[in-house]
Design a protein around this ligand. Sequence first.
Ligand SMILES: [Zn+2]
Length: 317
Amino acid sequence: MTCHNCRTQMVKAGFYGAKKVQRWKCQQCNKRFSEPQPKPFGQDVRLPMEKVSMILRCLAEGNSVRSTSRLCDVEKRTVLNLLKTAGDACERFMERTLQNVPVKELQLDECWSYVLKKEGPKHPTEANDDSIGDPYIYIALSGESKLVLAWHLGKRDRENTFTFVEKVRSATADCKFDISTDAWPAYVSAIDLQLGDRANHGVVVKVYDKPEEGRERYSPAVSLLSKNQSEAGNPDLSRACTSHVERKNGSLRQWCRRLTRLTYAFSKKKENLRAALALHFWYYNFARIHGALRVTPAQEAQVSDHIWSFEELMSTL
Ligand SMILES: [Zn+2]
């Protein structure tokens, strides 16, 4: 260690606190310094690693921001700041790690959510404001390993579908695979343009019954007919299915507090929703044992060789 003032070598001068942090003393100016400690995510986070890990664990396990702040005895603002830092880190980590992953079967779907208010009550002056209203969460799930290969947050339109399929392209390896989507028409051109060389595109069309009187809001409509049709390539239509990714939407609502329907929990800012989603998908892919697989989806897809912890995530980035 060198002194910050005199740039000379210092000598050891005992330990500080219960964690026995090494202290150093400069022999020229007699100033004492503590050895620098690793900071979570390499950023100016002033909480100890254990506390940060506990806060992130609470958020990832489906607690709200307020309940996390009560459980961990920190300010609400601290929880939100950490959520944003961790969300950015998770997004970077996933982009870097999930590249060229070989897949056999891919399922794509969108999940509705809203920020601040729904599209309906928006004021005419807010009509073009994309930061509020109804963004959709696009998810690409691998059918065999249950890994979420790519996700995207944005309006349900051509442009965002294109960006999402672009992300799917960079996440998947250059091999032939089957891709199943719902009947959202923007997928056809986006997949044809960007994944035409590797994907066989099958579309699952579901026709729903009219809900019974009085139960529209609480129960999903009964699916009457499910028809698979081929769009591009030569997909195995008997295997085309979006059931797993639709089940994943269900877990997403269960594990991400701000997506729970018919409650007071909802996002007020788009960047916080984005961070919460990044944290959830990282936790789901790398840190949580999948009930059916008995390992994490990342281990199943051979992207990672162990179960990740938040401490590890904080120190690798
Ligand atoms: Zn000095």
